[in-house]
Design a protein around this ligand. Sequence first.
Ligand code: ADP
Ligand code: MG
Length: 347
Amino acid sequence: DQVANQIAAGEVVERPASVVKELLENSLDADASRIRIDVEGGGRKLIRITDNGCGMVKDDALLAFERHATSKLRTSDDLLSITTLGFRGEALPSIASVSRLKLETRATGVATGTMVEIAGGSIIHFEDAGVPPGTVIEVRDLFFNTPARRKFLRSEQTELAQIAAMVTHYALANPTKHFELHSASHALLTAPGARNTAERLFQIFGADTAALMIPVAAEMDFAHAGLPELPPWKRPLDYEAPAPGHLRVTGFISKPELQKLNRNSIYLFVNHRLIRDRLVLHAFTEAYRNIIPPTSFPVVLLFLDMPPEEVDVNVHPAKTEVRFRQPTFVHDFIRDTVRAALTSARP
Ligand code: ADP
Ligand code: MG
C-alpha cells in the first residue's frame, strides 16, 4: 500500500509547511496546551513537534500509520459535524511514506510509552519506551525517497517562512495555548498562553500593529439571507459558539493606516479551520475599496463560525479550500461587517 500512501502524500504533503500543518492539527485535536516545533534546514532536514496532549496507547500508535485509521470519525453522519481538525486518517501514513519518521508517545494515565520508527513507509522499530506523557513526532529527510518531489522545494529561507506563517496562523487561532517555534535552536516565535485573541495579537504582531487593529464582531441568522435590512447585532469578542443557524464573524481588521504589499497578513478561519478562500478575500477587497489603494492589502485576523451544514470542508485533502452553501450571503455579510467596523472607527 506504499504506492497509495505516496499518492496520498502528493495531495497532503506538498512541502515542509504542510507537514507542520498536519502535525499541529493533530496536537490540537489531542487537546495539547503546549506545542513546540523545532525545524532544521527549513524543515527539509528535520521537523519535530512536541506536545503535551492525550498521547496514544501502544495499539493506536501503530494504527495511526494505517490509511484511513482516524480515531476521530465514527459514523458517516459525523462528516457533517466535524469538530476535530483531522478526520481523514491520511496525514500520518502519507508523511511517513515520504520521510524517516519517529513517533514517541505516551497516553495520559498509562505507565509506559511507545516508540515507532518508520522509513519510507516501512516500520523499522516498534518498542516500549520510557517517554513523558504526550507525543513527539520527528520527521527527517522529507522526500528522501521521492527525488522528483524534493526538487520542487524552494530555498531553506522560503520553506522556513512558510512554516513560520503556518505556526503563526495556529497560534492566532488558539490564543490560550503555548506555542514555540525554533529553527536550528534559534527561537523564531514564542507565544505563552494568552487570555484572549487581543492579547495573542499583541504577542505575535507587536504593540505598533496591535494598536492599529479594530475589533469586529457580528452575527446573523442564515435564515435571513436576502433580507439585508435586518441589521447584524453586535456582541463582545471571545464569546462562545454562535446561536444555532447563525453566521458569526469575529476578529480584528486593520485601520487604513496599516497597509501591506501582499495577502500574507490575512489570516482566515472557518470553524477554527485555516482557510484560503477567494470569495472571502474578495469581500475584503470590496470592504476596503476607496479606503486603501487597490495595490495594498489589510492585516486581517477573522474567524467565521457557522453551522457545519453551511460549509463543506471536505473539498480537498489539504483542507484549505471550502465551499459555502450560501456564498453570496457569507460574502456580503463579511463585506458589510468589515465596512461598518471601518466606518465606525473613523475619527
Ligand atoms: P486524522 O487526524 O485525520 O485522524 P492523522 O493521520 O493525522 O489522521 O492521524 C491519525 C491518528 O493518529 C489520529 O486520528 C490520532 O488518533 C492519532 N494522533 C496523531 N497525532 C497525534 C497526537 N499528536 N496526539 C495524539 N494522537 C495523535
Ligand atoms: Mg490529522
